[in-house]
Design a protein around this ligand. Structure first.
Ligand SMILES: *Cc1c(COP(=O)(O)O)cnc(C)c1O
Length: 404
């Protein structure tokens, strides 16, 4: 059981007002809110030991380096990676995916095949299209059905000896569908393909075990897991990270430099050119500590309660349709009111202090599939309450009355 009162008190932003109403924050799938424990870590860094890392012998630099590397170990433990050097700090999921896509441009040949899913975020579509343009590889798509689930029988048909890479998100940000990644990974490995799982939307709800999954790459952003923006991670199996060339050249990523030849640093520094988001990395570790102290089992169980409660209440509104009705889904409800543009609904909800996302959620192919311009998306986190959902439901009813 979660102690909601105590948890909510950890998040200063939750007690502010918007348009004269108490804030109801239901845009967690876009970014999560930050608890005081993580804010304190950020303030402490800039107040007490702000310095560049890995370079100085002075005390501040050592303190910053120690904390930054300790956070890497926290991330390693959280994802159960075999080695800390398999955790690469990035600026977020998008950066992580581009790093891998860019690396593969030297490993792929014309005619090689890459499989993505119909449920992807744009950040997991566009880098692969760019990669295909560069290498002559072919992009194939696992289709989805009306419930927003991947059609796995079609996946089986797409796999063959030319398949080199499979990229799928763990959980869809637009619909909340939890994809069967265990099966996707196992089948890809049977044809010798590598698998990258986009975990940006999964990590707020579940604790992935990269070794149990046997996944080759797993990526996430700190800002969706109670951490700051501008920092994230790439997990890669050591053998894969050794195979990929460096992404960017610069300081930190070299062993030796001369004008005739430069040798690269070992893992993880090979992929970490330049001064990183030091404070962000340390705060990322603190955010994982915070969420683990609450416990992912309790978080997942409570969020399922919120999902069921909201789904039932919203469906009682006549003319409301929910998109994404997969059996396995997380606490995301994407919906539309018949004949009303999602943007108009979102605008009225904002007047009532309710923050939801409207639009295509960086997943236009999904919207095209349903032949809609977008949806209203309410996404719940462990610090949300049923009372807030009641506020949403009455807000949607009000919007319907005003707009129809
Ligand atoms: C948010 C999100 C991304 C992009 O994450 P950034 O932090 O913006 O790089 C990618 N994939 C999914 C599924 C997401 O939810």
């Amino acid at each position: 059981m979660l102690d909601l009162k105590k948890i909510r008190a950890d998040f200063p932003i939750l007690s502010r007002e918007v348009n004269g109403k108490p804030l109801v924050y239901f845009d967690n799938a876009a970014t999560s809110q930050t608890p005081q424990q993580v804010i304190d870590v950020i303030v402490d860094y800039y107040s007490n030991y702000n310095a560049n890392i890995h370079r100085g012998v002075h005390t501040l630099s050592q303190e910053a380096t120690d904390k930054y590397e300790a956070a890497r170990h926290t991330i390693q433990k959280h994802f159960n990676a075999a080695h800390a050097h398999e955790i690469i700090y990035t600026s977020g999921t998008t950066h992580s995916i581009n790093l891998v896509a860019s690396g593969f441009s030297s490993l792929l040949q014309k005619g090689d095949e890459i499989i993505v899913s119909a449920l992807e975020h744009h950040s997991n579509i566009v880098p692969w299209q760019m990669l295909c343009e560069k290498t002559g590889a072919i992009l194939k798509v696992i289709p989805m059905n009306q419930d927003g689930e991947l059609v796995m029988a079609e996946y089986d048909k797409l796999l063959n000896e030319n398949t080199k890479l499979v990229f799928v998100n763990h959980i869809s940000n637009a619909l909340g569908t939890i994809n069967p990644i265990e099966e996707i990974i196992e089948k890809a490995h049977q044809v010798g393909a590598a698998v990258l799982i986009d975990g940006a939307q999964a990590c707020p709800h579940v604790k992935p075990d990269v070794q149990a999954l046997d996944v080759d790459f797993y990526v996430a952003s700190a800002h969706k897991i109670c951490g700051p923006t501008g920092v994230g991670m790439l997990y890669g199996k050591e053998e894969w990270l050794n195979k990929l060339p460096p992404y960017q050249g610069g300081g930190e990523m070299i062993a030796e430099v001369s004008f005739t030849k430069t040798t690269y640093a070992g893992l993880p520094h090979k992929f970490e050119a330049g001064t990183p988001n030091i404070c962000g990395g340390i705060a990322f570790g603190a955010a994982l500590d915070y969420m683990n102290a609450i416990g992912f089992d309790a978080i997942a169980k409570y969020e399922q309660e919120l999902l069921e409660y909201a789904t039932k209440a919203l469906l009682e509104i006549e003319g409301l349709k929910i998109y994404g009705t997969a059996k396995n889904k997380t606490s995301v409800v994407s919906f539309n009111l018949e004949g009303i543009h999602p943007y108009d609904v979102g605008t009225i909800l904002d007047k009532l202090g309710i923050a939801v996302r409207t639009g295509h959620h960086c997943a236009q192919p999904i919207m095209d599939y349903f032949k809609i311009p977008g949806t209203v998306r309410a996404s719940f986190a462990f610090y949300n309450t049923k009372e807030e959902i009641d506020t949403l439901v009455s807000g949607v009813k009000k919007a319907k009355m005003m707009l129809s």
